[in-house]
Design a protein around this ligand. Structure first.
Ligand code: ADP
Length: 675
């Protein structure tokens, strides 16, 4: 039994193919994870890296509590099942199943027999134990290879397209058997397939990949209901979702959708409450999606949904037995065949009767309409909307947002007038916010810091910067203190999405999971550092940059003794690093490590003034009321620093130190996150 952590995993093959790009995922014990996506998207490569059959270019793989990047495949306590079974042809089924156990010295012959027998019974292959693989069918061979994995009692099962070589009927049967096996064995399964039906029916969570990049990780139902982009929407579900170019226009409490040759349907504005207003201007092109099963032809539905009703002509009829698929044409005069942008596919009762070219009336289920940005193809109704746009009137430093008054902090100085305030949904403090320190989960960082201390006294570097301990960066998060009425609460992953009554309108606010599901009110406040203000579409106040970046390079210096100090050259000084950072850099870049351009990134909370730090000059003081920051020029790069009661002024010379325990490092040219 084991959990797995994949942290910023990359695979770059010789020749430069980036097969896997920044794969991040926590897999819990006993999950059934499916990697799915078209051929070449990097599924197998990821699985093979977990198995240890492929080297990890950058990133960290943990099985249980251990980092296993450098652990031999045989010592990872995993078992892999391959598409082509990979059985030894000259051995019997029994010998094949026992083979890996015989290699181990710690298991008696008696125990091996027992395990093989048990697995064979479980898989119903007892009668074949003394046959050779060639005397078995494809399905039976795949059972043997499953059996060979089971007898090893691994912590993690890896399955690479195990059913691809089987015929459709057997595949369906084996799908249920593998799911059953997962339940019985109570271990973690990771399963690779290009078949979305396998993914949807077997996975507790699914990872959809495309061109080496994870598109979405979610439960089957959530992927189906809330696809994050058009690719996921089109990949999950058969027949594929219908897509149309469309324009949306808000008219009072309705939204008109114009699509496919000026056809118009109308839905309640509430349906698209999560979409940004600029998409609702009647001009911006979006992609509308509707699944074939959400287009209804039943008379009762159509007559009660006149506002989303459409007429179309029946083209192809595909009778599948359990259901029929109608390929209809909204614009029969201009039918351009399968490529048509006016084609509408729907599912109907197989017992109903339709004729070619018959005119039918259908209606769309407006709650099931999906919308995507026409260019980026990202959903424009993400489960957690990114921001709220609020019109505000400023008078003498006080802003009126929908009838609620806020004193504007010093950092947001505005002349009297009307402005648009863009308040991200994560820009709210709550009174139950805790000082979560998510990026700092491993004590090994702290240990690594302790390891550094002896280096401080050595004389390797000319201008060394001494890092501070992680604890020196602790701070206490501000709390919200204004009462808001809660309209709705939706649980999304580990977060709560709240819709708060906000004056005469409402706002979306992301809160922590401790907020009670039935909370009627919450205490909250706006986190002004994340707010952008614009006037007549010109940004007049930018949000605070929370992502500091400094250029760097790995260096080494001989110490007094005949050893080396390794460090990072940053802003004309040298930052001591620990073995942990060095190891990662060496692993990713090999001997080229001293020649490559690196970028260190860190938040304003992971940097502070310190005696032996980088030289900088304060260029701005940004007072947000509950928090204050200094903008510091470090050799031409601007760095934002949280002020912890330090008394500095513009033009003050300062030294700053960064928290090496939480710093991120990107290898700039290849765009690979090393840490
Ligand atoms: P999938 O399993 O999703 O079909 P793979 O993980 O096999 O995809 O491959 C991902 C990408 O990496 C593809 O572009 C493939 O051509 C490339 N690739 C796979 N194996 C190698 C290899 N040994 N050397 C170079 N490129 C490879």
């Amino acid at each position: 039994m084991a959990s797995l952590k994949l942290k910023h995993i990359y695979k770059v093959y010789d020749g430069g193919v980036k097969a896997v790009n920044d794969f991040c995922m926590d897999i819990e014990d006993k999950e059934f994870i499916v990697f799915v996506g078209p051929s070449g998207c990097g599924k197998s490569t990821t699985l093979r890296m977990i198995a240890g059959l492929e080297e990890i270019t950058a990133g960290e793989l943990m099985i249980g509590d251990d980092v296993v990047n450098d652990v031999e495949p045989k010592d990872r306590n995993i078992a892999m099942v391959f598409q082509n079974y990979a059985l030894y042809p000259h051995m019997t089924v029994r010998e094949n199943m026992a083979f890996a156990l015989r290699m181990r010295k710690d298991i008696t012959e008696e125990e091996i027999d027992k395990r093989v027998q048990e697995a064979a019974e479980r898989l119903e292959i007892v009668q074949f134990l003394d046959r050779k693989p060639r005397a078995l069918s494809g399905g039976q061979r795949q059972r043997v290879s499953l059996g060979r994995a089971i007898v090893r009692d691994p912590k993690v099962f890896l399955l690479d397209e195990p059913l691809s070589n089987l015929d459709a009927k057997l595949r369906a049967q084996m799908r249920t058997e593998i799911s059953k096996l997962h339940k019985q064995l109570q271990t973690t399964f990771i399963y690779v397939t290009h078949d979305q039906v396998e993914a949807m029916t077997m996975g507790t969570r699914i990872v959809v990949m495309k061109l080496g990049v994870v598109q979405q990780i979610d439960t089957p139902t959530n992927l189906y209901d809330y696809p994050g982009n058009k690719f996921v929407a089109s990949f999950i579900g058969t027949p594929q979702m219908n897509f149309f170019d469309a324009k949306l226009k808000k008219v009072d409490d309705k939204i008109e959708i114009t699509f496919a040759n000026e056809r118009k349907i109308v839905v309640p504005a509430e349906t698209f409450v999560k979409a940004k207003p600029e998409y609702l201007d009647g001009e911006t092109l979006v992609t509308m999606g509707i699944r074939p099963e959400d287009v209804h032809v039943e008379e009762e539905f159509v007559s009660s949904h006149e506002e989303t009703a459409l007429e179309c002509n029946v083209g192809i009829i595909e009778a599948l037995g359990s259901e029929s698929i109608l390929y209809c044409e909204l614009d029969p005069e201009n039918d351009k065949g399968t490529e048509s942008t006016t084609r509408l596919v729907l599912k109907v009762d197989p017992r109903s009767h339709y004729e070619l070219d018959q005119k039918i009336k259908v209606a769309l289920d407006s709650k099931r309409i999906h919308l995507f940005d026409h260019e980026t193809e990202e959903s424009i109704m993400p489960r957690i909307p990114k921001e709220n746009q609020i019109e505000g009137v400023v008078k003498a430093g006080v802003v009126d947002l929908n009838g609620i008054k806020f004193n504007l902090p010093e950092a947001i100085k505005l002349e009297d007038g009307e402005y648009k305030f863009i308040v991200p949904s994560d820009a709210f403090f709550f009174d139950n916010d805790v000082n979560e320190d998510e990026s700092f989960e491993d004590s090994k960082y702290a240990e690594a810091f302790e390891e550094l201390k002896p280096h401080f006294a050595s004389k390797g570097f000319k201008n060394p910067v001494h890092p501070l301990a992680h604890n020196d960066f602790s701070y206490s998060a501000p709390k919200g203190d204004k009462e808001f009425k809660v309209l709705t609460i939706e649980e999304v992953g580990k977060q709560k999405l709240l819709r708060l009554a906000f004056g005469n309108k409402s706002v979306f606010a992301v809160g922590n999971n401790d907020i009670a599901q039935d909370a009627k009110t919450v205490k909250a406040d706006i986190d002004w550092k994340k707010v952008t203000v614009s006037k007549a579409d010109e940004v007049v106040v930018e949000r605070l940059n929370l992502y500091n970046v400094l250029d760097s390079q790995m260096i080494k210096e001989r110490t007094d003794k005949k050893t080396f100090n390794f460090g990072l050259a940053v802003a004309d000084k040298e930052l001591y690093t620990n073995d942990f950072i060095q190891e990662k850099l060496f692993n990713a870049a090999g001997r080229k490590v001293f020649d490559i351009k690196l970028e260190l990134d860190f938040s304003p909370y992971a940097v502070k003034f310190a005696d032996k730090g980088f030289d900088g000059v304060v260029t701005k003081i940004l007072d947000y009321g509950k928090e204050k920051f200094a903008e510091v020029d470090v050799k031409g790069k601007l760095v934002n620093v949280l002020l912890r009661n330090e008394d500095v002024k513009v033009s003050s010379n300062v030294n700053i130190s960064i928290d090496i325990c939480t710093v991120g490092i990107v290898e700039a040219d290849r765009g690979i996150r090393v840490i």
